[in-house]
Design a protein around this ligand. Structure first.
Ligand SMILES: Nc1ncnc2c1ncn2[C@@H]1O[C@H](COP(=O)(O)OP(=O)(O)O)[C@@H](O)[C@H]1O
Length: 341
């Protein structure tokens, strides 16, 4: 068989990658495309999802495409993934197949920096996928394949942008596991609010641990609770009118909880009911589930707010219901004082 390899971090895989594989199967004389996730990339830092998660996302994305596979050879090789070593190993391990290598324009430009790039060109044929209109120089023994490009990168996805460029199954997985959530949240708020969010998430985890609840759920809800807090008033008003017309009369300071609960579902594919409810009610509080209580108290008692809340935190660690009542009462007293001026 003739196999085309598409190597990359796939952190995460997106529709641009799938487009290369589909075009290759259509235009080149090949039998299969094998996605080859890097174990660890030499020219790149800041890879964020584990190898297992990246593989799993690829498997989900190519589900139903009979001629697309995942190859985990670079994990078997271990250490830093250099393509020259991968290609040699491929040929040894699969002498019955013939291989070629697929790359996008951005990688083709950086090709001269690859380890033993001259030798590599002798080892295997390269096919570069580009719009065909670019004047950019790539090694002249590369074959060019014209393709309609999707304007998206994995980095943009990790920042929470262009999430519609993910296969639906991958998007659901990212939401469920909370992959890349830190970068996504950081991208929609000031540094100070992000620090608060991280600190609330930590306290949520601490309280979840003390009460034998799911720590991952607690972490996620803490991190995302203020995701809509810095939305401009005009946009917030539109969202409220559209999604929560019955709640428009409530104070503006409360809106971000409602809009946030909607946002994390539609944007981040976080469908966990506990998280949605806790975010929805976190400003005023709701004394129904432990997750509701934890997020409410953690937001108010966040140590990074600058006052000593250690006594209240200790009460919450011991008994969440009593702790909730205590914090709720303090909040009401504070609001009353504010009202009186
Ligand atoms: N939007 C896109 N359209 C076409 N090719 C792409 C796109 N994004 C990435 N590629 C190509 O897909 C391959 C794998 O991408 P990626 O996992 O992002 O690589 P890496 O992170 O290792 O640079 C690379 O050859 C890259 O050039």
């Amino acid at each position: 068989m003739r196999i085309a390899i598409l190597g990359g971090s796939f952190d995460p895989i997106h529709l641009g990658h799938l487009q290369i594989a589909k075009t290759a199967l259509k235009k080149l004389a090949i039998d299969e495309v094998w996605f080859m996730p890097t174990f660890s990339t030499p020219l790149k830092q800041g890879q964020q999802a584990s190898f297992a998660d990246r593989c799993f996302m690829i498997k989900r994305a190519i589900y139903g495409y009979r001629r697309m596979k995942v190859c985990t050879l670079e994990q078997q090789l271990g250490g830093t993934s250099y393509t020259i070593d991968t290609v040699k190993r491929l040929k040894k391990q699969y002498p019955m197949h013939e291989f070629c290598w697929l790359i996008g324009m951005d990688q083709a430009i950086r090709f001269p920096d690859w380890k033993s790039s001259e030798e590599l060109k002798q080892e295997i044929d390269f096919y570069v996928f580009s719009r065909g209109s670019e004047e950019i120089e790539v090694p002249n023994d590369f074959h060019k394949v014209a393709m309609e490009l999707y304007d998206v990168s994995s980095q943009e996805i990790r920042q929470g942008k262009k999430l519609y460029m993910l296969p639906k199954s991958v998007r659901m997985y990212i939401g469920k596991k909370g992959l890349y959530i830190e970068g996504m949240v950081q991208n929609v708020m000031s540094e100070k609010r992000y620090r608060h969010s991280v600190s609330v998430a930590r306290l949520c985890v601490e309280l979840a641990k003390a009460h034998h609840l799911d720590e991952h759920t607690a972490y996620l809800m803490g991190l995302v609770h203020d995701v809509c807090k810095e939305l401009p008033y005009e946009s917030a008003a539109v969202e409220m009118k559209y999604y929560y017309p019955q709640l428009q009369q409530e104070a503006r300071a409360i809106w971000h909880g409602y809009i946030g609960a909607h946002y994390i579902r539609t944007h981040y594919a976080i469908y966990d009911k506990h998280i949605g409810q806790a975010v929805f009610h976190h400003v005023k509080g709701r004394n129904r589930t432990d997750y509701d209580r934890i997020l409410f108290v953690a937001d108010k008692l966040d140590p990074s707010r600058g006052y000593d809340s250690s006594k209240e935190i200790a009460v919450c660690r011991k008994d969440l219901k009593i702790g909730y009542e205590l914090v709720k009462k303090q909040q009401e007293e504070y609001l009353e004082k504010e009202r009186k001026g």
